[in-house]
Ligand binder design. Structure first.
Ligand SMILES: [Zn+2]
Length: 387
């Protein structure tokens, strides 16, 4: 009886908590976004680099781009729109629509309410002022990173879940999914207050809190189903300094910091001053100091003072969701300025963030051994010759 209890307990503890590192080979071979992130013609990033204020045609066009992307490349992902409306300080009493896009990939056959999900989140609306504002770091680039990430782990997820089904592994062992939340209405229309900001995330968190899964579900609501809410914001400028904001998710921060360290050691972090592309142009070949994006890997438990940045995670955090907030302090110099545009992105940094967050998702989903890089490359070159 005691033994049975111990096995049962370890099974419960293993749900959603397993995490395993990727090999050096996998880290090296994760495909980079390359031309897809070209700021003028890139199929992923360029269509997002337009003004996309909530309720405008630009906003709708960017949403269509996301939907097209998933429908074309990722048909196994379930797409949902979450709609809400609100007046704003500048709408003269008119209701403005806010549309969040939720893209989810769960293990095949999983019951709703039984899947714990890694949620990867960014906002896609842009700020009303200054007129014509693009918001490349805020948050066009983070949205592009998440699309690329989804495409890069998709085949590995299929392969992993296929292998598990072939081996007859009980679905209890794997109840982990991935969710990408592309949120609308993050920006204030006039100036940041509790009611003039976070329109999309406030509505979503509040609705999800009241959407109950079937009775006896492991996770009561879609909010409960989020094991970790990773929010990307203001990423894409060079030399970001991203602190660890929350003690309860510092373990996840440290896992990501460990990946960053390994990527730098492997010489594949393109923004590093010691990357081969930078060394070639330099006379003095002595290695330079290597500041990390994630600066708080060594932060002790007692050093968490409770400070954080107001952002889309707040309505979720207030309802008990665990948050990993990837936002630099200080903000990029271009923050809320006209020159937060494609030309001012540091593309090496954008690429490094993409690889880092993709690798983190790969470790979270335990995808080591399920990536098939040769096949991916063949497909890419085939597609190119076809053009
Ligand atoms: Zn902003």
């Amino acid at each position: 009886m005691l033994i049975f209890y111990a096995i049962f307990l370890s099974l419960i503890l293993s749900l959603g908590s397993a995490y395993s590192t990727l090999s050096d080979d996998t880290l090296k071979n994760l495909p980079s976004p390359g031309d897809d992130f070209h700021i003028k013609q890139g199929s992923i990033l360029a269509p997002i680099l337009i003004p996309r204020v909530s309720g405008t045609e630009g906003n709708a066009a960017v949403l269509r781009h996301f939907v097209d992307f998933f429908k074309t490349h990722l048909p196994k992902w379930n797409l949902e729109f979450h709609n809400s409306t609100s007046t704003t300080p500048t709408s003269n009493g008119k209701q403005i629509p806010f549309v969040n896009l939720i893209a989810t990939r769960d293990p095949p056959g999983a019951q709703v309410g039984e899947v714990g999900r890694l949620a990867l989140v960014a906002h896609y609306d842009s700020k009303l002022t200054p007129t014509g504002f693009i918001g490349a770091t805020d948050s066009a680039a983070p949205c592009a990173m998440l699309l690329h990430l989804a495409r890069n782990i998709d085949a590995a997820l299929t392969k992993k879940w296929g292998a598990m089904a072939a081996e007859g592994i009980d679905e209890l062992d794997e109840q982990k999914g991935v969710q990408i939340l592309l949120l609308d209405g993050e920006e204030a229309f006039q100036s940041w207050t509790d009611t003039d900001s976070l329109y999309g995330s406030r509505a979503l968190a509040s609705d999800w809190e009241r959407s109950f899964h079937p009775a006896m579900s492991t996770y009561r609501t879609p909010l409960d189903s989020i094991s970790l809410f990773v929010l990307l914001d203001l990423l894409g400028a060079s030399s970001p300094n991203v602190p660890s904001y929350f003690k309860t998710t510092h373990w996840a921060y440290k896992n990501m910091a460990a990946i960053e360290h390994r990527l730098r050691e492997l010489g594949i972090f393109k923004s590093s001053p010691n990357h081969s592309s930078k060394m070639e142009k330099r006379k003095n070949k002595k290695p330079r100091a290597e500041p990390h994006f994630l600066v708080d890997a060594e932060k002790g438990d007692k050093m968490f003072m409770g400070g954080f940045v107001q952002d889309d995670h707040v309505p979720f955090m207030a309802r008990g969701v665990e948050i990993l907030h990837l936002i630099p302090t200080p903000f990029p110099r271009v923050w809320h300025e006209m020159d937060d545009d494609g030309d001012h992105l540091d593309m090496d940094t954008v690429e490094d963030w993409t690889r880092l967050v993709t690798a983190f998702a790969g470790e979270w989903m335990e995808l080591e051994g399920f990536f098939d890089f040769k096949k991916e490359k063949r497909k890419e070159s085939y597609e190119k010759t076809e053009l």
